[in-house]
Design a protein around this ligand. Sequence first.
Ligand SMILES: [Zn+2]
Length: 260
Amino acid sequence: MQSRALLACVTGLAVLLLSGCGADPPEPTASPASPPPSAALPPQPSTPTPTASPTPTLRALPAKLPAGLVRTTGVSQVALTFDDGPDPNWTPKVLDRLKAAKVKATFCVVGTQVRKHPELVRRIAREGHQLCNHSWNHDFDLARRPVAEIRADLVRTNREIRRAVPDAEVPFYRQPGGRWTAEVVKVAKRLGMRSLHWTVDPKDWARPTAATIEKRVERAARPGAVVLLHDGGGNRAATLAACRKLIAALKRDHGVARLR
Ligand SMILES: [Zn+2]
């Protein structure tokens, strides 16, 4: 059993490394009506969490995204969202870039990262950005688990965020991989969080060039778009490099506003 467990762990790590370390699975660019992929299951976190059941019975993903998702800003300006941090290499640089551009964004933070880098969460909040719960350990299947487990995961993550920033407002939850179920939307709502999806996914998690990320965002952005980017989960050099021109273009074309 031990060797099997070790093998599973090593395989999981290899998959993680190949796929850009915790990056979200493929989502269609600028086609919000398409459901998240349910075929190729993403890598599971190799660290066990208290909220993960050893033999989980997962509910099926719905064919369509459930009701109640926030998918636009509700105003003409677009919003920038950064997922999977805080990351000690990339988050400070992204924050510097946002400060230079005088725009506010939303950071969808992962609980385990918050625990490691509370000072970065403090900086995010101090500089006027919005916080979003992105689960404790980036569990792609969280929305498919029993409601009590979903709730425990979200509560634990918010508790960690508030350990870093005691008065933090966390008005949003974003399901890893966009693998939503009606249940997770309901649990998030009961905890005072709206479920934040996106409009534009340039797939920066697959590490295209900075020019490709810029082009994808600029082409797909419409008034009110919610743009998905990543400041964590792997090497984000291209995302960072794309930010300068991308933010300038979005400011010029639509204006950039913090989600409310
Ligand atoms: Zn994510």
